[in-house]
Design a protein around this ligand. Structure first.
Ligand SMILES: [Mn+2]
Length: 441
């Protein structure tokens, strides 16, 4: 195969209004390949006789830097980030056609940002025009660079796992601080602030996603981020929150009593979700799949919800129907269905058990290969996050469980041996959680 070039743009700064911007977060693929933290940069990987990294960056500009912060400039790109060559951004249009000359394959994630699509097409056309005079040839094969990098990102290296462990440890501490701080009468926002304060003061730059603090039946709204209600004595509160450390995400959910002690009913339902989560984590081993993790979870939930009177009939049948509901959203296509008016497990557990975790909270990488769920390998990180959500108006449910939403979530690293729970240090059993609420865990 002939020479190849891959092109990866950094994230842009996005304007909030006038000259203020939203907090900048580097593009994950760009960060993965370069570590370069500035906007308005472009990485070019060249594979011909040599293998080179070329970075285009904003030029040094002392006047501008006084306003918007220091820049590394092309010199810093070479000296600190190991670029073999570096140019100021304003030389892009003159340098890139030269780099793309006599290249066979061009790797680029077309379709993500129109401005880059057009600019790159422009460079290719310039090479083509020159090529008509016979001197050079333009790339003839365009390959989706995103797929290539995403398949690399799904298997984490040791340095990445270290960062993910740190992110998880910081978030675990923050969850326990929230348990300790929480008292009836506080607002969900009060608890959110304490949790995020803890993360940021321990070295995280930002949260990895919007923090969910959901008191009482707000927990039945899966992505509740209003966080504006008051927490009531006797209610549970569900927190789904995780920080980012060095651009790597963590993702933890815990559910605990506002007043620090589970009621009998809360405890029963909590232990169902906990046992299901533990069964899921045990399944997260090499050779298994995200579907088999989900299946372990669903079987425990079905069995135990029949025991509590939230479901009726054969648990095995409920598990089968629930698994169908997550595989095939179209109910008409199921080969087994609920009776008219019958309540199924998917009415209480309507989401999947796992997603990949890495630089992004819902990380990249294929879930299936050729239609089949992909096999778990050492180095992959996935969440295991079962939940049970009993809406306040769930008429078929026993009174005592109505309005309860419980989710328990940890991230798990698949290894050659036992799964490693990255957020292991976070209180989770009933006893641990009640102790953490008293500040004694
Ligand atoms: Mn999650």
């Amino acid at each position: 195969m002939g020479p190849a070039v891959a092109v990866f743009p950094a994230a842009r700064e996005s304007i909030r209004s006038n000259d203020s911007t939203f907090p900048f977060r580097q593009d994950s693929d760009f960060h993965y390949l370069t570590g370069f933290p500035e906007p308005d940069a472009l990485a070019v990987l060249v594979n011909d006789d040599s293998q080179r990294l070329i970075l285009f960056t904003r030029p040094r500009d002392p006047k501008q830097e006084t306003w918007t912060g220091r820049r590394y400039g092309p010199e810093g790109a070479r000296e600190i980030f190991g670029a073999d060559e570096a140019f100021p951004l304003n030389e892009l249009d003159s340098v890139m056609p030269r780099i793309l000359s006599n290249v066979d394959r061009l790797f680029f994630a077309f379709g993500k940002e129109e401005a880059w699509d057009r600019r790159i097409t422009g460079w290719i056309n310039q090479v083509r025009i020159k090529g008509r005079r016979g001197a050079v040839s333009a790339p003839t094969r365009l390959v989706d660079a995103a797929v290539v990098v995403h398949e690399q990102r799904i298997r984490k290296e040791a340095a990445e796992i270290d960062r993910m462990r740190t992110a998880a440890r910081i978030s675990a501490e923050a969850h326990m601080l929230a348990m300790k701080a929480c008292t009836p009468g506080m607002t969900e926002r009060d608890v959110q602030c304490r949790l995020e304060y803890s993360c940021l003061s321990r070295g995280a730059r930002a949260m990895a996603y919007e923090t969910i603090v959901a008191g009482g039946s707000n927990a039945c709204v899966l992505h509740y981020v209003e966080n504006g209600n008051r927490l009531k004595e006797g209610d549970l509160v569900l927190i789904d929150a995780g920080c980012e450390f060095d651009n790597y995400a963590s993702d933890i959910s815990r559910t605990f009593p506002v007043s620090g002690r589970f009621t009998r009913a809360q405890r029963s339902l909590y232990e169902v979700v906990l046992d299901a989560q533990e069964a899921g984590i045990k399944t997260a081993r090499q050779g298994e799949t995200i579907l088999s993790v989900h299946s372990s979870v669903v079987h425990v939930l079905a069995e135990r919800l029949v025991g509590l009177g939230l479901l009726e009939g054969d648990p095995e049948r409920h598990a089968r129907i629930c698994l169908q509901s997550t595989e095939t959203p179209d109910e008409e296509a199921w080969d087994e269905r609920l009776e008219e008016g019958e309540v199924g497990l998917h009415h209480y557990y309507m989401h999947n058990t796992s997603h990949w975790l890495g630089l992004d909270v819902h990380d990249v990488g294929r879930y299936r290969e050729g239609g089949a769920w992909r096999v778990l390998e050492p180095g992959m990180v996935l969440t295991v996050e079962p939940g049970i959500y009993v809406a306040p108006d769930a008429e078929a449910a026993p009174d005592e469980y109505r309005g309860m939403g419980i989710r328990i979530e940890d991230a798990v690293l698949v290894t050659e041996a036992e799964p490693e729970i990255l957020s292991e240090s976070c209180a989770k059993s009933v006893e641990e959680v009640e102790a953490a609420c008293r500040g004694r865990w």
